[in-house]
Structures are given as C-alpha cells and as structure tokens.
Write a protein that binds this ligand. Structure first.
Ligand code: TEU
Ligand code: CA
Length: 554
C-alpha cells in the first residue's frame, strides 16, 4: 500500500530520524535492525510524527556507520533482508507514516564493484567513475584535507595514482562529471522510488560537483575549505537539476539535500522551484562551536550568533524566496541537543523540553532525532578505544601527531563527537535499556535508569509527553507552520524570543537558555499562556530553562 502523497506533504510534516544500528535489536546480536524498527512503529506513530528518515541500511563494510555503501540495491545483512525492508515500508504506510531513505551519492565504499574495477588499472572502463590523479612531486595532487583527518587523497600503489576521498579513505568520491555515473545513480533512485519510498535524503549533495583542477586550498580553516573548495562546485545546479528532471520528477517524492557549505545567500539556488531540491539541511548553527580545526577544535558559541542563524535563514528562505526550510538541532553526526545547547545536569528535563519547543515552533519542517524526545544525553567515553566512529578514531590519530594527550582529546570528543548520538535507544532501565538482550555494539548510556521511554510514558510531565503536547499544538495551529517569524528584542541575551504571526493570531515563544531566573520580559499584553515546560511558571518572569508559548488574538 503506497502512502497517499501530495506534492509538498513535507511542509506540515514532522520527521523522526532513526539510526538503524542504535534503535532496536530484534535478534539479539547486539545490533539494531529493520525488524526492530518494525516492532517499534506503534511507538513512533504514538509520537504524532508523519515520516521516518532512515539512515543508510544498504550493504556496507561499515567503515563510516553505513555511509560507505558497496551495494545500493541490497540490505546490510546485519540489518535484515529486502523482505524485512518491504515489511517495514508496508507497516509504516499502514500507520500513515512515510519513509525517507538516505542515499550517499558523493562517494561509494572502496569495496563497491565500481571501485574494485576502477582501481584495477588506468585503462579499466570504470576508471573514470572516480577521481584519479598523479601526485605533485612526491606528495598528493593537492593539499585538501579529509573530513576525517589526513589528506583527502590516497595513493594506490597498483596504478601509482591517487584517488580523491573527502571522507575516509574507504569512501572514494564519485566522478559526477561522467554521465555514466549519473545514469547509474538515476537508476538506483528509480529502484527505490518504484518500491514506494516517499522521500530521499541526499548525503553531502553540495559536494558532488568538483573543481576538477583541484587547486590547493589557501586557508587552513576547515569550514572555509568546505564552503570554498568542496561545496557549491561549478556544475552543482546542473547535476541537481538533471537528477530532478530524470529520476526525481515525481513532485510528491521529497528530496532533502544535506548541504555542508551551503549558505543563506546561495541556498535558494539549490531550491529553485521544481528544478532543485525541496529542502536542504544547512549547518550554520551546527558549526557555530567548531574552531578552525573543525569538530575536535571546539570553541564557545554565543546565543547572539545562535539566534542570528534562525533569523538569517528565515529571511533567506521565506522573505527573499519561496523556498522551504528544514529545522534540526541534533542528528547522528552531532552531540545530543540537550547536552550541546542546553543543560544535561540539574535542569536536564526543563532544557530538553525548551530545546524541543524551539524545534517545534520555527518555520520549516522539524526533524527530530530518535532519543531527543526523551532528552537522551551525551555519553562520557572513558577512553578513545570505546569510540566506534571513524571520525573520532582518525581525529585522535591526528591529535596524537600534534602531541595532544588522550585526556585532552577526550574532552573535545566527549563534547562534540558523533558517538554521543549513537548510543542505544533507551527503552527501559533493563541491563541493555530494552535495546537488546545482549551487550550492544555500542556502550549503553548509564543514565538509562533515569532516562528511558518506559518511565516517561507513565509520567504526564515527562519530556516525552511534553514533546507530544508540542507536536499536537503545531499540528492544530497552522500559524506555527506557515506564520511569519519575527525575532523579538530581549534585554537578556540568554532569552530567545520570537513571534509567529498569521491571520488573526500572534504566537509568542520565549525560551530561557540559562540556569538563572529572568524577570525582564517583552511586552506580553493581550497574550495568554498556552504551554510552559516548568511547574510554577510566573506571568512576569522566566524560571531556568523555561519555555513559554503564548497566544494573542489580533
Ligand atoms: O555528513 C557530512 C558532513 O558534512 C558533516 O555534516 C558531518 O558532520 C560529518 O560528520 C563530518 O563532520 C554526512 C553524513 O551525515 C555523515 O554521517 C557521513 O559520515 C558523511 O556524510 C560521509 O558520508
Ligand atoms: Ca540485530
């Protein structure tokens, strides 16, 4: 049964992101799988969400959590079978849930048959599926760094050339200049849309058009390198437009592009109505606390900059063009949102609800990462050896080369690393949190005794039930979806305030991003409180991490 899909269905939707490896293990091998997700569809439906984004579940050596695909048309054996996927898709559609899959087309695994052939010889017909270049002197063709540490070029001794890999060396970049590659990718999309999937997330889509002269980067600032050398390449809009016109011509199939390096100025070019993508994920807020060295070079972020990101993007997407935005505050690549933006100690519950309030009251489609509806937190790894993430493990090697101690590196990794978001989902307070009957692939957060779905179902004021309240409010009040977004000046910088304005109604959202009480609020004349996330809320003040949603008829 296919889902009844209209173009633009995503605008009023809320999307729930599931990282299959960490969500539910159904066969006690310690690894999450597709039947496990199927067994939890009633829970997902009970949240009130409309769609599920599944991180990659295709055959992969799992060098980068499945983002290194060696067969786009088969299921990762430890996740199950194609029949399991079909049952999951059917089960989701039966519950009115749509399925968004995650296709990684910037690169394949080095174990993909295309790369195995391409690396055989300089004359192999598949050689031009990837980027092969002679070195410069006795070094790589250019000084480009990989996202995952070291050079973005790997020397292949068999043919004496280097191949490009913006990510791990087991993730060679595909050569989109080659029309054969583009045709192969189009047929992969058709395979999955013919199956009835409702949307596609296109991984790192902003980087698929390379500057094929591979000029040396003239900066060491990694996020600048992404923006100026990896993303927004010369043929990017041509390639996206071609994808759209060919395999993605069904306007009811959502296309959301992951776009590191996309900025508020050029985002509209990626979204041009009908020719471009329906939505993109930008990273302006997500890179706020990354120093020039990238993820493991954290720096303090400011509320002023944080607020500016949302104003700037709302203005770019809605006031300057007819784009549509996605809103996310956490995912499988970033630390848990309550730990990163909030407080995961004394005020954890209030802060988790406050951040969910932000997520659910902005203009754009909210994407919530599984576990954030419970207020799951970061994990404190005791040693780097506990990490299962190539980005962290390589990052540690790079740090060691700079003489940085494990203890010092762990401070950065425990603050910013991706392992934080990949600990098993906390269903209950049993030994392995109800995720599995055996020790899982990844350490379970010890706070599962306190933070778990089972206990929160029973608690009316739990983070989980507050999230359900928020999603019900957003669904019943279309101004929270489509209304204008108007930032409101506040005397205390830690107070985030904004209006959502529609026909005959104004909403005001106030979020106290601090551990302290506040008593200087914007003028609330005529507004009445609809939801607060704390007990003992006062009309003329804000308690620590309080988030108020107020409404005024106009
Ligand atoms: O991430 C690409 C990316 O640009 C970053 O946003 C991401 O934070 C990454 O960890 C580098 O810091 C996508 C996927 O979401 C990520 O899981 C993959 O590792 C990556 O692409 C390569 O496929
Ligand atoms: Ca399993």
């Amino acid at each position: 049964m296919s889902s009844n899909r209209q173009p633009g269905w995503w605008k009023e939707a809320v999307v729930y992101q599931v990282y299959p490896r960490s969500f539910q293990d159904s066969n006690n091998d310690g690894i999450g799988d597709l039947p496990g997700i199927l067994s939890r569809l009633d829970y997902i439906q009970s949240l009130g969400v409309d769609a599920i984004w599944l991180n990659p579940f295709f055959k992969s050596p799992n060098d980068d959590g499945g983002y290194d695909i060696c067969d786009y048309l088969s299921i990762q054996p430890e996740f199950g079978t194609m029949a399991d996927f079909d049952r999951l898709l059917e089960g989701a559609h039966q519950r009115g849930l749509k399925i968004i899959i995650d296709l990684v087309f910037n690169h394949t695994s080095d174990e993909h048959q295309w790369f195995r052939a391409s690396s055989q010889s300089r004359t192999n017909p598949k050689r031009p599926y990837y980027f092969w270049r002679d070195g410069k002197g006795d070094g790589p063709p250019s000084n480009w760094p990989s996202f995952f540490g070291g050079s973005a070029w790997q020397k292949d001794d068999r043919t004496g050339q280097y191949y490009l890999h913006l990510f791990s060396k087991k993730q060679p970049d595909l050569n989109w200049e080659n029309p054969q590659v583009r045709e192969e990718l189009q047929s992969i999309i058709r395979y999955w849309t013919n199956k009835g999937v409702d949307g596609i997330r296109l991984d790192v889509i902003s980087a698929i058009s390379k500057r094929t002269d591979f000029p040396d980067a003239d900066t060491a600032d990694f996020n600048e390198i992404i923006a100026r050398y990896y993303a927004n390449g010369p043929r990017i809009f041509e390639f996206i437009g071609e994808l759209r016109a060919q395999a993605l011509s069904d306007a009811s199939v959502l296309t959301v592009g992951e776009g590191p390096g996309i900025n508020a100025e050029n985002a509209v070019d990626y979204l041009s109505e009908g020719k471009g993508l329906d939505m993109i994920f930008h990273f302006d807020h997500m890179f706020l606390d990354q120093g020039p060295g990238g993820r493991f070079d954290p720096k303090p972020w400011s509320m002023e900059d944080f607020k500016l990101v949302f104003s700037r993007w709302d203005e770019a997407l809605y006031q300057r063009s007819k784009g549509w935005g996605s809103i996310f505050l956490g995912n499988h690549d970033f630390p848990r949102q309550v730990s990163r933006w909030g407080n995961d100690g004394e005020f954890r519950e209030e802060a988790a609800k406050a951040i969910l309030t932000l997520l659910m009251t902005l203009r754009g489609t909210p994407f919530i990462y599984a576990g954030d509806e419970l207020g799951m937190t970061n994990i404190k790894l005791k040693s780097v050896s506990q990490s299962k993430d190539v980005e962290t493990l390589n990052g540690f090697r790079t740090a060691q080369e700079k003489g940085i101690s494990e203890e010092e590196f762990l401070l950065a990794a425990n603050y910013a690393g991706r392992d934080n978001a990949r600990t098993p989902f906390q269903w209950d307070d049993s030994t392995y949190a109800g995720f599995s009957g055996v020790e899982p692939w990844m350490v379970v957060n010890p706070n599962k005794a306190v933070i778990n779905r089972e206990s929160q179902e029973k608690e009316p004021s739990s983070v989980l039930n507050h999230f359900r309240k928020l999603i019900r409010l957003r669904k019943s009040e279309k101004t929270l979806v489509y209304g204008d977004y108007l930032p409101v000046e506040t005397s205390d910088g830690q107070l985030m305030a904004y209006k959502r304005v529609g026909e005959g109604v104004e909403w005001m959202v106030l979020i106290n991003f601090s551990d302290k009480n506040m008593n200087a609020l914007p003028d609330l004349t005529g507004y009445e409180l609809v939801i607060s996330n704390v007990v003992g809320s006062k009309a003329n003040g804000m308690l620590p991490w309080e988030a108020k949603i107020l409404k005024k008829a106009v």
